[in-house]
Design a protein around this ligand. Structure first.
Ligand SMILES: [Zn+2]
Length: 303
């Protein structure tokens, strides 16, 4: 298994309960992928389950095993999640569909407690990592989940990249069979350090946007996967950025680099606000970054 096979990402979260640095709850993320992979925004109303809006992985070659997986989402009950991948190579159990698993989380759970329980018995291979959760009550948690076990941390502010902080697993489960990938490890460590130092007292969406536009660690000659949060690596980097604010019933989405650079993609350089109660069901943005069916979307551009 190789890092180029997976979605990576930097994720931030803040809750709204007592003890939080600022009473503005959000989840924020960069979606980092090989450049043959995109994300797009969808909304869906499953039968007998919760309606949601989220971003789904879309491979332009249509051959990747995590095709269609939801990686950020918000449902009608105000539960939101975001996700960052951590490699894990323990023996897997019964194969499970990643799309179905990730959709099940947002369509069947209404709170952090229910979501932690859903993730608690392990996740399908390819869905291992950090599942960050925020609900309508303002509770924030991260579930570190391997294929067979999990650890939950509830805290007012959280950041994660592509490593675990709590989960104790046999060493063989947390490294590739060929050993840790040095490119992924260097990038993950660098982004985690920077994200931890950056997360402050953000109290508006505009301030949160600055977290995912950060370039510290970026160099003139970028490695295959870079060291900065807004990531401009040669082979993989940031293909979109997302901010979910449950109290606003909203997902803010930026196609391409959140800084606006168009070195790989026709980046928007701004976030579009999608309000769950106002959007139609279906695919809301294309893999080229077009907003689809704009007349049905009563959402405000943020500049
Ligand atoms: Zn950038």
């Amino acid at each position: 298994m190789h890092t180029s096979s997976f979605t990576l990402c930097t994720i931030f979260g803040r809750g709204e309960l007592a003890g939080c640095k600022s009473p503005f709850g959000f989840l924020a993320s960069t979606s980092d992928d090989p450049y043959g992979v995109r994300t797009h925004v969808i909304a869906k109303s499953p039968l007998h389950a919760y309606r949601f809006i989220g971003t789904r992985i879309k491979s332009l070659k249509n051959t990747v095993p995590w095709e269609g997986m939801l990686t950020r989402a918000l449902n009608e009950k105000g539960l939101a999640f975001t996700y960052s991948y951590v490699p894990c190579h323990e023996e897997k159990g019964e194969p499970r569909d990643r799309l179905e698993f990730s959709e099940g989380l947002i369509t069947r759970c209404s709170s952090v407690a229910e979501a932690a329980n859903y993730l608690g018995s392990g996740v399908p291979e390819g869905c291992t990592g950090n599942w960050m959760l925020l609900d309508a009550s303002g509770e924030l948690a991260v579930v570190e989940a391997s294929c067979s076990s999990s650890e939950v941390l509830m805290q007012g502010d959280l950041v994660r990249t592509n490593s675990w902080q709590l989960l104790s697993t046999p060493e063989k489960t947390n490294v590739a069979k060929t050993g840790p990938d040095p490119i992924l490890t260097a990038s993950s460590d660098s982004r985690l350090r920077r994200a931890t130092s950056l997360l402050g007292l953000e109290s508006t969406v505009d301030e949160v946007m600055n977290l995912v536009r950060d370039h510290e660690g970026m160099s003139y000659d970028e490695p295959e996967y870079g060291l900065s949060i807004c990531n401009h690596g040669k082979s993989m980097g940031t293909v979109s950025a997302e901010i979910v604010v449950p109290r606003q019933n909203a997902l803010y989405y930026n196609f391409g680099r959140p800084c606006g650079a168009c070195d790989r993609l026709a980046s928007w350089g701004r976030f579009h606000k999608f309000v769950l109660s106002e959007v139609r069901d279906g695919i809301l943005t294309s893999v080229e970054g077009r907003i689809l069916g704009t007349t049905a979307i009563a959402s405000a551009d943020l500049t």
